[in-house]
Structure formats: C-alpha cells, structure tokens
Write a protein that binds this ligand. Structure first.
Ligand code: AMP
Ligand code: GLY
Length: 423
C-alpha cells in the first residue's frame, strides 16, 4: 500500500520510520518532509496547509492511507476535506481536533464531565479578565485560546505581571488571533507526564508514558521551546497514577467527545501534571507529541498500520497494543539561540554514523538537502534517540550518540532524563 504522511518535523520522521517497518507498505510519500524523511520516503513540495493540493496529490497517486502528524492541518480540517474526497485518512476531524485547537473548549469539556484539571475561567473581554485577576491567587497561568506553537502560555508570579500578560495576549495579540479568547487558570505544581493514546471514537488504548523537557536550558531554565528532549517510560507514571487516569481521565475524555457529537479518532496526547492531590490534565493535544513520538514509537511492537486502520474502522478493541520492555531517550540537537533567533544553513557532519546501528535513531526535524550535503534548516535540527535496557542505559547511549554528529552552532541540553535519578 501507499502511505502519505503530512508534516515535516522529527515527529513525522518517527512516524515515517514506524510506517517503513510495516510489511504492508511499499511506498511512503511525505508532504513536505525533510532531508531525513527523504531517506525513507519520497518528499513532495506541498505544504501541510495546502489542503487542495494534498487532496489532489493523494488522488493522483492513489494513496491508500494518509497520516496527518501536525496540529495546524488537523485543527484546520484537513481530515474532513480528505474524507469528503473519498480518501482514507488518520486523524481527528475538525470538530474533534478542537480538543487541542481551543483551550477554552477543552477546559469547558473537562468541567462539564468532571475530568480533573486546574480551576479556571474563560474570557473574551480583557477588562473582565483584569477584574478577575484582582481576586486570583498568584502565581496564575494565562493561556491564549488557540494554537500558538506551544508558546501561548504565561506563568505570572505577581498581579502586575498577570495584568501585563492579559494586555500581551488580548490587546497586543502577541500570539495572533489565538489570543482573542483567553483562559485564566490555577497554577499547579508537580511532575509533568505525557501520555499518548490511540482512539477510534469509542475505545482508547494507552501508549507507554513519556516526559518532555520544554525549557531551553539545563535545570529547566530559559524560555519554553517545542521540547528539548524526552524519555520513555516515565518512572513517575506509576501503576497507581495509571489506575487513576484510566478511571477518571482517559475513557472519560473519549466518552465526553462522543457525547458532544464530536467522536475523536486519532491520537489524543494527555499532558498531565502529577499534583499532590492526584493527576490533573494540563492540556490535550490532538496528535503525537514532538519529541514524545521519537521515544514512544520506536518502542511500539505493533505494526502501526494495523493500529491506525483499527482507529479508522472503529475496531481498536481488537488490538493488543504492546511496547518493548526497555527505555528510550531523545536528545534534541538545536541551533544555538533557539527558540529566539538562530542561524541556519550549516553543514551537518556524521549522519552516516547512525547507519546500521540497532537501537539508535537520528530523527531529522529542521534539515534540508543541498548540493553540498544536508544542512541545518530550523531551531530544532535533529532528535538523537537511543534505546537501552533501562532509562540510565538509554540516556548514556543517547548522549554518546550526540557526539557522532556535528554542525557549527550545535546546542543541546545536558540533563535530559536527569530526573530519573530521583525516581
Ligand atoms: P500547555 O501548552 O497548556 O501544556 O502549557 C505549557 C506548559 O506550561 C506546561 O507544559 C506546563 O509546564 C505549564 N503549565 C500549563 N498550565 C499550567 C498550570 N495550570 N500550572 C502550572 N504550570 C502550567
Ligand atoms: N512536546 C510537546 C508537544 O508536542 O506539544
């Protein structure tokens, strides 16, 4: 069969690598892809938001299955357009992708169905938000309603900061139209865990847990990024936590979406905070995490095509989702200066060192093929991933492998997975 993957990051490279392992697949296309994806798929120069062109391409090439990796096209309704054209596609429709597309929607959903989350209020009037802040406990969390590349969240320590934040989000529109509405939320403390799941509209199957490192610098300092590294599984995701989430969060979310007439098919990513009072939902995403996919998918034993088909057909209850009894760590190699400003176009040396190395992966995020070779083309450049028998071994392997590649402004965190020492 022929598969089309939509997206161009490390997540899409990890998806493509899983798809490439399936004996059912003989051709992979990726739109638009990157230099690494281009080694296992044919990249086509169509942007993820060019819905008309994607539909035309999938028809022309008789693509059997499209997998949408990115949030923007999902929230924008690519799945609906492909389905309307009679194409088979994996991902939530627009009316379900709103679970990620609107934080106000997801908060209201959780409240209505008693799914544990931080207390909050939604606002579309900055004056009302400012008045509400006068009565709020600090620190407080402000969130732009819409998609903002993971950057539309402000944690404010003082009332002054919070007021400034409301102006930044709702009046100056720093995050664009995403800030026309805003959520003001209670600040929670605890460890964060990412749990990805497959959903077929009614059944949910949980993947192995992971933890991201969102801040740019060691010790969780610096600005928020798309994610600087991950490990899987999370030792903090205990059986007790799992039991709680299964009872109060996972199926409850799937049932709530169905009850709202928005059946969810695809991947739900639960961003959880393990608070003293138990797990709480921080956020939902309607897709695989990036770089969570890079540590979770390589450990999945199932043929991803079987699982994806079961989600589309509503037969996920017949799938036995199985993960390897090991661990994986992904260290992101970024361009120095990310996430603010950085140079690109530097030649990357040593990519061939990963060839034939079992259990090691070099997932490309921001790379481009030129006549001189593969060059850096983004803030996050590569996701160096390694497996190990346990997290410590995986971490040592991943950091060793980060030495195999070099480019002029290579930057990484040196403490990815350090938290596991405390587990
Ligand atoms: P989100 O995009 O909603 O996941 O928020 C981005 C990051 O902000 C999260 O990963 C948390 O680190 C932090 N965050 C979001 N909401 C809260 C909250 N209510 N309390 C504490 N931290 C939060
Ligand atoms: N790594 C966080 C995300 O994909 O949103």
């Amino acid at each position: 069969m022929k598969v089309l993957i939509v997206g161009s990051g490390g997540r899409e490279h990890a998806i493509a690598a899983s798809v490439a392992k399936s004996p059912q697949v003989d051709k992979i296309y990726c739109a638009p892809g990157n230099a690494g994806i281009g080694q296992i798929a044919e990249c086509v120069p169509i942007g993820a938001m060019e819905f008309g062109k994607l539909v035309a391409f999938a028809r022309e090439k008789a693509v059997d299955l499209t997998i949408v990796g990115m949030d923007d096209p999902l929230v924008g309704g690519l799945v609906d357009e492909m389905e309307a054209a009679g194409l088979r596609v994996f991902g939530p429709r627009k009316n379900a992708a709103i679970l990620e597309g609107s934080k106000a929607f997801s908060k209201d959903l959780m409240k209505k169905y008693n799914i544990p989350t931080a207390s909050y209020e939604n606002f579309d009037d900055p004056e009302k938000a400012l008045a509400y802040l006068e009565t709020s406990k600090m620190p407080v969390v402000l969130k732009a309603d819409g998609l903002a590349l993971g950057k539309g969240v402000l944690i404010c320590q003082t009332l002054e900061e919070a007021k400034e934040g409301v102006r930044t989000i709702m009046e100056e529109k720093k995050f664009g139209e995403a800030g026309s509405r805003m959520v003001v939320e209670e600040f929670m403390t605890g460890r964060e865990v990412s749990v990805l799941s497959f959903v077929d509209g009614k059944t949910i199957q949980i993947m192995s847990s992971a933890q991201d490192h969102k801040r740019a610098m060691d010790g969780d300092t610096g600005l928020n990024t798309g994610g600087m590294g991950t490990f899987s599984p999370s030792p903090f995701y205990t059986d007790e936590v799992d039991a709680f989430c299964r009872k109060y969060i996972y199926q409850a979310t799937v049932d709530a979406m169905a009850a709202e007439g928005r059946p969810f098919k695809g991947v739900i990513f639960f961003g959880l905070m393990l608070t003293e009072d138990g797990p709480r939902v921080l956020e939902y995403n309607a897709r695989f995490g990036d770089p969570e996919a890079q540590v979770v998918l390589p450990r999945m034993k199932n043929d991803i095509i079987d699982v994806v088909n079961a989600c589309i057909d509503g037969t996920l209850d017949r799938i036995d989702l199985v993960f390897e009894d090991n661990a994986a760590v992904c260290v992101v190699l970024a361009s120095e200066g990310y996430p603010v400003s950085y140079e690109k176009g530097f030649l990357i040396d040593g990519l061939e060192n990963f060839d034939g190395k079992e259990g090691y992966y070099c997932f490309h995020a921001g790379t481009k093929r030129t006549q001189e070779g593969i060059v850096t083309n983004g803030g996050r450049v590569l996701g160096v991933t390694a497996k190990g028998q346990d997290l410590k071994e995986a971490r040592a392997n991943a950091y060793r492998a980060t030495e195999w590649v070099s480019f002029a402004n290579k930057y990484m965190r040196n403490d990815i997975g350090k938290a596991i020492d405390e587990a």
